[in-house]
Ligand binder design. Structure first.
Ligand code: XUL
Ligand code: MN
Length: 347
């Protein structure tokens, strides 16, 4: 599929998005596809690049030379498929040493582990030729407020980001906010919190955000306004598009599958901002339904991309002069009819 089929956008997803359906209440319902098979699906699904966690590439406990060898092997597979790597993220929430958080753990030994593991993630990223490190601060928060000192915690997160910026002068940090899950409350629960600390790091120009639709919705915010806020700061460097049906666990539903108008507004804000012109990718973070059969394990990815492209068509079909006129006349009833009509294919 060419860039024209993708309407100028570059699409990415991570191997974890081809999931087996295991959840808190039950085991896998689909076979796990080996990495070599997942990688071969990308191009046929119309995707251009891959998002990785560090241990999607090589196991976290491998030594230096083993790691280098393993990463080179993955790079070869990617090159053969014509795929680039968009982002690398250290999976800091599964290790026994990150039970009480990573950068904000109360244990100095565990905080040290988290920084060392993140530096190793930077090394893997550089070998895979990406400068983009995503930090989803999964366990940086508390189950009970009294468990950690919240002021110290913010400082510790900034110190960790600084350590990575100083470790490699080329990398960029993309902070991914999520207000809860797995924690009861996360520190830095929204993109705006993240952008706030970005300016207090040693190199603010290398710290931005990745905004996930569902995470913004879980914070009670509209994802398109969150994206607009980051765009204004010049800090929207990636997105994880998906959808979410109300305030519950992070559902990672197919993009546009719950609220089409909310999805349209995300596409529209990205379109108007020329998102992608600086190399930014349209990433998805979506799960198949648990009921999905093995043969359909990638349908949610095909659908999410298609819904995005169809909404690009809607955005491009709008009469901007008419919209400005309706805004000027404060005729928002007519503006609503016009937008809903466009979404229903009426003009
Ligand atoms: C978790 C989530 C992560 C990040 C990458 O909710 O979204 O998969 O996107 O670590
Ligand atoms: Mn995500």
């Amino acid at each position: 599929m060419s860039r024209a089929d993708n309407k100028g956008y570059r699409f990415t997803f991570g191997p974890w998005n081809v999931s087996t359906g295991a959840d808190m209440f039950g085991p896998a319902v689909r076979r796990e596809l080996p990495f070599s098979k997942i990688i071969r699906l990308y191009k046929s699904l119309g995707y251009d690049g891959v998002q990785f966690h560090d241990d999607d590439v090589v196991p976290a406990d491998w030594g230096v030379s083993e790691t280098e060898k393993g990463v080179r092997k993955v790079k070869r597979i990617l090159d053969n498929e014509g795929l680039f790597v968009e982002i690398l993220a250290p999976r800091l929430w599964e290790h026994p040493k990150t039970i009480d958080g990573a950068y904000t753990s109360n244990s100095p030994r565990d905080r040290k582990y988290a920084i060392e593991r993140s530096k190793r993630c930077v090394d893997i990223a550089r070998m895979l030729e990406t400068r983009n490190i995503v930090l989803w601060l999964a366990r940086e928060g508390t189950y009970i407020r009294e468990a950690k000192d919240p002021v110290t915690a913010v400082g510790r997160i900034v110190d960790a980001i600084n350590a990575l910026l100083e470790y490699d002068s080329e990398i960029r940090i993309l902070l991914e906010a999520k207000p809860n899950e797995p924690m009861d409350q996360s520190y830095l629960p929204t993109a705006a919190h993240m952008i706030g600390i970005a300016y207090r790091t040693v190199d603010p120009d290398r710290v931005g955000v990745l905004i996930e639709s569902a995470h913004a919705i879980l914070a009670g915010l509209d994802p398109s306004d969150e994206m607009a806020y980051a765009i204004w700061h010049g800090k929207l460097w990636s997105v994880h598009l998906n959808d979410q049906n109300g305030l519950k666990f992070d559902e990672d539903k197919a993009f546009g599958s719950v609220d089409l108008r909310r999805a349209f507004n995300q596409v529209w804000v990205l379109e108007r901002a020329g998102y992608g012109s600086q190399g930014e990718c349209v990433g998805f973070d979506v799960k198949p339904m648990r009921t999905t059969k093995q043969a359909d394990i990638t349908k949610h990815l095909a659908n999410s991309r298609q819904f995005f492209l169809d909404l690009v068509d809607v955005a491009r079909s709008l009469d901007n002069e008419l919209i400005e006129q309706l805004r000027k006349n404060r005729d928002y009833e007519e503006l609503e009819r016009y937008v809903i009509g466009a979404l229903m294919g009426k003009h």
